[in-house]
Design a protein around this ligand. Structure first.
Ligand code: ZN
Length: 651
């Protein structure tokens, strides 16, 4: 085929691997990929059915039940039977183009076959059910079989990468790889669950559409069932809840759909959810294990995080060996002691947490954890503050922080330096070859090749990768510096306003604090950091980082002309025109960053819940705002659902 490129057609088997996703290119969905409304008990399910009955005026309703596979929702488009485009669900309105990566999944047909084996197209009458629709869009869930997760994680740990917390993250992470060859190496699978559009075809029921999809060569779940009463639905739920741990894939509940397409149309949808379908969730996964130790990790900004080291236990498809305890307050509130028997829980996409301590299992040998008064790595007395729960090591030379800061500098959130993993960083820091990130840029290949398990060739590659990272943008460099409370979005806002890192270095606490979404704390952190790190910053400039003075011209224009709206506003997003309150701690972002994300999408953020609040974003330990929102009946969005709405991958 290489010699005759004109013969390479997009459905050719050799085209399964090739190129990578053009990540970031946003593709609008034909019609929104709405998320399903959730219910958690039988009563709520009956409410759903009652609402449907009211609209349908008592007409008999058939329900189809399907397992709700925990993976990554995708939309697949075929033209004349050829797979032409695959997108993620994204924010529901726009998805991300992942065509090249989806092509590598063998369960996704590249060319559709019909039951008659012919390749004929629809005859134009739209009546020949054996033909292939000229344009077809189906939706499905890409997933990773449970038993493969431990293998992949073992490999990731060996490669100095963080293990995936669950099969869902593994599936999402694999599909969104830049390199399709990596996606191809993962044993991904798919179940197709909806026929979204089939030009020239009409179906009377969802069951018929499922049959048609199977006939065309799609893989549908074999356990889909049709019921003529709600009792059948409830029995299905009970049956699968009991078999949940034996399932070869992770399912977090069942999906209940009204079978008749005419009735589906009659029921319609709200802005957010269809009214003809609901997901009936299984309760959170639980496992019982023992706290063997409580350790303390020093993060890149010096925050000390207690971590429970657990007797290894299987939970929702992954082997869990530790759980974060977040902070000292959390340990006290839950009264977790070393030696305690605990209930570990994982719900949805959230990382496992200790849900409860089984105090009746105590035998008196349990030991309360004494939060260290000194940094476990550098022995500097820790700093406590009245305004934050975080306890920090503020020693700028702390080796534990340094390793984490360099790891973050090299991560894909910042400068993305391939080959600079945690083990390599530990070697460089322990050998005192690197004392800050700027030192990376004066390393020589013949110096680093003396490190254990690093040959000449990889040493040269590493140096080349480090060199290459000098082209990074000001936003990425600022993010990579690990200034306390300055994550990716805050860094973007700061650079959009100040244009360059050098200009930001001249700014006062007040100037920074006055910006939308910032505040005094961020201002102080930035100014203090720059004051304490002058030599390192000068060295970065000296070795050739251009971004200190320059920034992308278009961005400057945007910053100057658009006033406070630094980002184009999507007027049709979930967020536009609504008022939000953010509370609790969110994974991977500060509340200021969350607020900036909301504002960038046209929403408004206020600090207290009133009747005017449209939605509360509730992170961990949400507190009184959560109660208030419940009282007022305000919509409450959990952190993971929020991240999903933002259209950012949570990994
Ligand atoms: Zn320290």
């Amino acid at each position: 085929e290489k010699t005759y490129p004109e013969f390479v057609s997009p459905d050719s088997p050799t085209q399964r691997v090739g190129g990578g996703a053009e990540l970031g290119s946003r593709i609008p969905h034909r019609n929104p990929m709405l998320s399903l409304d959730n219910c958690y008990d039988e009563e709520e399910l009956r409410e759903f059915a009652k609402r449907a009955d009211r609209v349908l005026e008592g007409a008999p309703v058939e329900y189809v039940t399907e397992l709700k596979i925990d993976g990554l929702g995708v939309s697949l488009r075929y033209e004349n039977g050829i797979f032409v485009q695959g997108t993620t669900r994204g924010d529901g309105e726009f998805g991300e183009d992942v065509t090249a990566n989806l092509r590598t999944i063998h369960a996704i047909p590249l060319r559709l076959g019909s039951a008659t084996g012919g390749e004929g197209q629809a005859n134009g009458e739209g009546t020949d059910m054996n033909a292939i629709p000229p344009v077809l869009e189906v939706r499905g869930e890409v997933f990773l079989p449970k038993h493969r997760l431990d293998d992949i994680n073992a490999q990731r740990v060996a490669n100095d990468e963080l293990p995936f917390a669950n099969p869902r993250n593994a599936a999402a992470g694999s599909v969104r790889m830049l390199d399709a060859a990596i996606t191809a190496s993962r044993p991904l699978d798919i179940f197709v669950y909806a026929l979204n559009y089939a030009e020239g075809f009409e179906f009377a029921t969802h069951t018929e559409a499922l049959e048609k999809m199977k006939e065309l060569g799609f893989k549908c779940n074999a356990h889909n069932e049709c019921h003529d009463s709600l009792e059948g639905v409830i029995a299905y739920y009970q049956r699968w809840l009991a078999k949940r741990e034996e399932m070869p894939y992770e399912a977090d509940g069942i999906v209940v759909k009204v079978n008749s397409i005419a009735q589906q149309r009659e029921l319609g949808a709200t802005i957010k959810h269809p009214r003809w379908a609901i997901s009936y969730k299984f309760p959170a996964h639980q496992a019982i294990t023992r706290v063997e130790k409580i350790g303390v990790q020093v993060g890149r900004t010096g925050v000390l995080t207690p971590v429970a080291i657990l007797a290894p236990v299987k939970l929702a498809g992954a082997t869990i060996t530790n759980a974060t305890l977040h902070n000292e307050q959390e340990i006290l509130t839950k009264d977790v002691r070393i030696g305690d028997t605990v209930v570990l829980e994982r719900a949805g996409d959230v990382i496992p947490k200790i849900a409860a301590v089984l105090k009746e299992k105590r035998n008196g040998d349990e030991v309360a954890f004494a939060f260290p008064a000194r940094c476990p790595t550098c022995d500097t007395p820790v700093q406590r503050s009245d305004t934050e729960v975080a306890v920090r090591c503020v020693n700028a030379a702390c080796v534990a922080q340094l390793k984490r800061r360099i790891a973050y500098w090299a991560s894909r959130d910042a400068l993305k330096i391939e080959g600079l993993g945690r083990a390599r960083i530990a070697q460089l820091v322990n050998a005192e070859m690197v004392r800050n990130v700027a030192d990376l840029y004066t390393l020589k290949a013949d110096e680093v090749c003396c490190l254990e398990r690093l040959g000449q060739a990889s040493a040269k590659n590493l140096i080349r990768e480090i060199e290459r990272s000098k082209a990074a943008s000001a936003e990425k460099v600022l993010t990579g510096l690990s200034i306390f409370h300055v994550g990716g979005r805050v860094a973007e806002l700061l650079i959009a306003h100040f244009s360059s890192i050098d200009a930001l270095r001249q700014a006062s606490v007040e100037e920074i604090a006055a910006l939308d979404g910032m505040g005094t704390r961020i201002g102080e952190n930035v100014v203090t950091f720059f004051a304490q790190n002058q030599p390192m910053l000068e060295k970065l400039k000296q070795v050739g980082f251009r971004c200190f003075e320059e920034t992308d011209a278009s961005q400057r224009v945007l910053g100057a002309h658009a006033g406070r709206n630094y980002f184009p506003i999507a007027t049709d997003s979930f967020f536009s025109g609504k008022t939000f309150v953010v509370t609790g701690s969110l994974p991977g972002m500060t509340r200021a960053e969350a607020a900036a994300e909301i504002k960038a999408r046209g929403g408004k953020v206020t600090s207290s819940i009133t009747r005017k609040t449209d939605c509360l974003i509730a992170g961990e330990s949400p507190g009184s705002k959560y109660e208030k929102a419940r009282e007022l009946g305000t919509q409450i969005l959990a952190a993971d659902a929020f991240v999903e709405k933002l259209g950012i991958a949570a990994e």
